[in-house]
Structures are given as C-alpha cells and as structure tokens.
Design a binder for this molecule. Structure first.
Ligand code: NAD
Length: 492
C-alpha cells in the first residue's frame, strides 16, 4: 500500500477508508491507498501555515535554486514518472514520455527562472510629496484541487507558481491518480523545499476537498476540474472570502474556413480531438466546416480516425488509451447514443471495442443540431462533432454559442479572417492553423463558464500574489498642507 499523504515533508498514511488505484487500460489494481480525513487535511494545512513564515521570506534566488534542483531530479526519474503516469491514468506511454513529463519538467525550469523576476512598478513621486512603491507579496496557504486527466501536469501548474511566489500549498490530486503528485512531493523535499511548503493529501472531493477549501487558514483556493464541481468549490471558498482561481471545463470549437489548408485541418482535427483520448479541457470537440469543404473534411477525418490504434498503453505503437474509468466510458457511450437517437449520424467509431479496459473507438458525429447535448455539453471522450456553415458570421456565432470559453482554433490562409477570428472568438486561447500546443511562457485559462485566472506563464503570479501599496512621506513636514481639508486651526 502506498502512503497517500505527504505532510510536513514526509510520507504518511491517511486515517480514512482504503481505496484501490486502478489501471484503466486493464482494470487491474496498481496499488491501494488510505484516504485523507478532515483531520489529515488539518494537519497538512497546519504544516503549510507554519512553513509559510520561512518560505515567504526566503529570497527569490533561494526559491529558484530549489525549483532548478527539482527539475533536475525529475529529469533523472523521467522514465519512472512516465511509467507511473501511464499506468494510473491509462495514457499511452508515447504521450507521457513525449508530452506530460517533458512539459512538466519544462514548467519547473520556467518557474525556477520566473521566481527571480517577480516585480512591482518602479518607485515614483506621484504627488510630489510621497514616494510610492508596490510590493508583490505571497498570499499564504493555498488549497489546490486537481483533476485526473493530466495528474502530473496539473500538480505542476498548481504548485509551481504558488511556491515560486513564496506561498505554501496543500494539493489534493484526484483520488484516482495521486501517484505522480506524491513522487513530485518526494522530489521537492529532496530538492531542498522546506518541510510543509508542499503537502499532498489524497482524498475524495466531498470529504478532503471540502475540508481543504473550507479551512479557515487556507487563504486562496485554486481549482482545476469540471464546471459543475467548480460552482460548489466557489460556493465553499466564497463563504470564507478566499481568493479563488478556477480552471474549468471546455468545449473548444475548431473552425475551418473555406480557404483553409484542408489536409492540415483534417490532420489537426484528429490530433486535437483525440489527445489524451479526448479527456483534455482544450480538445477540439466541435468542428465547424465551410460547406464547400465539409464532405471532404468528414471523409478525411473518418479515414484517419479509423486507422487509430487502441491498445496496450505500455506499447509505443499504441495511439490512444482508454477512458479513465468504466463510468466515464459509459457516459461517453450514452452521449453518442442519445445524439444518434436525436437524429445525428456516426461517420466512424461510436462503439466500445471488444476486450478489457475502458476503451471507446474514436468517433466522428455528423448531423447533430447546434442546440443538442453533444454540441453543447463537455463529452470528455474521443468524440468530435462536425457541423457545416455557410459564411464567416455564422461560423463565429456558432463557435461562441456554448457556455464555455477555454480554447478554440481557426483554420484559414487569409490573414484578415484569422485576425477577425482571434478577436471575436470568446476563449482564453485561440490558435490559428493549429490546436493544442502549449508553452510554459504563455497563459492558460478560460472565459465564461470555463472559469477565470491563468495557469503557467508570468500571468499566473497575478493569482498567487497580492499587491501592497507602500507610501513614504518625503517632506518631513509636521503640518502638511492637505490637513486643511480636514481642519484649519493650526495650519501656519
Ligand atoms: P471533477 O470536477 O470531477 O474533479 C476535479 C477535482 O475536484 C478532483 O480532485 C475531485 O476529487 C475534486 N472534487 C470533487 N468534488 C469536490 C467537492 N465537492 N469539493 C472539492 N473538491 C471536489 O473533474 P475531473 O472529472 O477530475 O476532471 C475533468 C474535468 O476537469 C473536465 O471538466 C475538464 O474540462 C476539467 N479540466 C479543466 C482544465 C483547465 O485548465 N481548465 C484542465 C484539466 C481538466
């Protein structure tokens, strides 16, 4: 049994029930863990609160050194991370080796550098009688909650900007996928991160999650997960007037204009809809395709999807893995069935293949209506819906016509059209002629029901720091001229 909690610099067992951690590709048990109770959460928060005093006053250089060391340790164990992430989340090993793990290490290196670039504005005498400066200060203990789809990357996105800015953190990974977050905590401690700065609690959302975000000593709540749970998290956190950062669900449009490079759009649509078996908040889910290209697009995407290899996630030859659980598999299958019952058609896939594991064949749905569930709701599976449009106004209107606004792409060779799409699409990221690539230097975060606040990049420091105005009188006068607006008795 693994010790599922990392509290105050050491591995511990939780005091709650025992839960199995399963490999979704095989349904076999990888390990067992004892879940955190509210008492375990309180111990982690207490450790983080105590550690805040020292960590928030450590120099940026000291914090940076620890993060550089962490990146080096992760690089040394990269294959171990890749294997663990693949097993617990059902990801093909090619994805964890080439995307999850290197991306996470790059993130650590970015924040190791960024820790030394936290700045306020320059000092100045704005009114001639005072010098003002701005201090950017850490907030305190951050309570972070992460989902199961990119366990390691989400742990990094939560932990790195928080600790680089001098906060301490209690992270609750998804109880289904805690293993790489625990490895990360172990490596952070070995890298010299003081005890209590980074704590991991493995527990369920309603028990450990709510105990964390409702704890009075947690000053900020940072959540990545579904919009539904995000509403609940906001409610609990708001009751304590905590700062909130929400990275929620998505329903990304993929707009193919009439002048697009069709082959690029077909290749891009398959990659962007199937990444992580479609369990990606930015995955392409709604392809709006100009009617002149529509039939060719549908044929092209269906052909490539039909060739996608599902199977053993440990095999470099496997393209996509299973869904995270039989529950998620059933949810995806039911959504496609309801779409078909409502008049939609399936151009490829649309079924659970034979064999073990929570697999679902890559699926292209056509003939759905804009207001149908499959177009409006997050599916979180390997399913793309294609819909035709007739002009640019219609395409952009349809692209914006869901409650979400996380990511989008537009495919065109016309620079004016591309600029219009980037202005008018309501999403935290708009790609032109690509869809998915992210970099540590650029922000990630949503509009509308996809939440608010940014992960990665220097913009994430806006979430994890608070601004203090410091004002020095520079006149040295006892009787200041502005006092006469309050009283006039002794102004001479
Ligand atoms: P989820 O909302 O079910 O769970 C996310 C986390 O919240 C888990 O750790 C869970 O234990 C916890 N949780 C559940 N109920 C809770 C409660 N009442 N109080 C506190 N915590 C609670 O999401 P999921 O199924 O794990 O992940 C998939 C979702 O995450 C999708 O909607 C996806 O779009 C979203 N996501 C968003 C981003 C982004 O950057 N915007 C990134 C990745 C995933």
């Amino acid at each position: 049994m693994i010790a599922g909690q990392w509290i105050d610099g050491r591995a511990q067992h939780g005091s709650g029930d025992t839960m199995q951690i399963l490999n979704p590709a095989t349904g076999t048990v990888i390990d067992e863990v004892r879940l955190a109770t509210p008492e375990d959460v309180a111990a982690a928060v207490a450790a983080a609160k105590e550690a805040f005093v020292g960590w928030s006053t450590a120099t940026p250089g000291e914090r940076s050194t620890v993060l550089h060391d962490l990146a080096a340790r992760m690089s040394a164990r990269a294959e171990e991370y890749a294997q663990a992430e693949s097993a617990q989340a059902g990801k093909p090993i090619r994805l964890t080796r080439e995307f999850d793990v290197p991306g996470s290490i790059d993130n650590a290196e970015f924040f190791a550098g960024a820790a030394r670039h936290l700045q306020g504005s320059a000092a100045a005498e704005w009114d001639g009688t005072h010098t003002s400066t701005v201090r950017r200060e850490a907030i305190g203990v951050v309570g972070s909650i992460a989902p199961w789809n990119y366990p390691l990357q989400m742990a990094m996105w939560k932990m790195l900007p928080a600790v680089a800015a001098g906060n301490t953190i209690v992270l609750k990974p998804s109880e289904m996928t805690p293993i790489t977050s625990l490895m990360l905590a172990e490596d952070a401690t070995a890298a010299g991160m003081p005890d209590g700065v980074f704590n991991v609690i493995t527990g369920t959302g309603p028990v450990a999650g709510e105990a964390l975000i409702g704890h009075p000593d947690v000053r900020m709540v940072s959540f990545t997960g579904s919009t539904r749970v995000g509403h609940r998290v906001a409610e609990v956190a708001m009751a304590g007037l905590k700062r909130i950062h929400l990275e929620l669900g998505g329903k990304a449009p993929f707009v193919v204009f009439e002048d697009a490079d069709l082959e690029a759009a077909i290749q891009g649509a398959v990659a962007a809809s199937l990444i992580n078996t479609g369990q990606d908040c930015t995955a392409a889910t709604r392809a709006y395709v100009h009617r002149s290209l529509y039939d060719q697009f549908v044929d092209g995407v269906a052909t490539v999807m039909d060739g996608i290899v599902l199977g053993d996630t440990a095999d470099e030859g496997t393209d996509i893995g299973p869904l995270i659980s039989p529950t998620q598999q059933a949810k995806v299958a039911a959504m496609v069935e309801r779409a078909v019952a409502g008049g939609a058609k399936v151009a490829c896939g649309g079924f659970v293949p034979e064999g073990d594991g929570a697999f679902y064949r890559p699926t292209l749905v056509t003939d759905a209506t804009q207001d149908s569930e499959i177009v409006q709701e997050e599916i979180f599976g390997p399913v793309l819906v294609a819909l035709p449009f007739d002009d640019d106004d219609e395409a952009l209107r349809l692209a914006n016509d869901t409650p979400y606004g996380l990511a989008a792409s537009a495919w065109t060779t016309d620079v004016v059209r591309a600029h219009r799409a980037t202005r008018e699409i309501q999403a935290g990221c708009v790609w032109i002629n690509d869809h998915i690539p992210i970099v540590s230097e650029m922000p990630h975060g949503g509009f509308k029901q996809s939440g608010f606040g940014k992960d990665m990049s220097s913009y994430s420091f806006e979430e994890y720091t608070q601004i203090k105005h410091v004002s020095f009188d520079i006149t040295g006068e006892s009787h200041k001229p502005w006092h006469r607006t309050i009283f006039t008795g002794n102004n001479d």
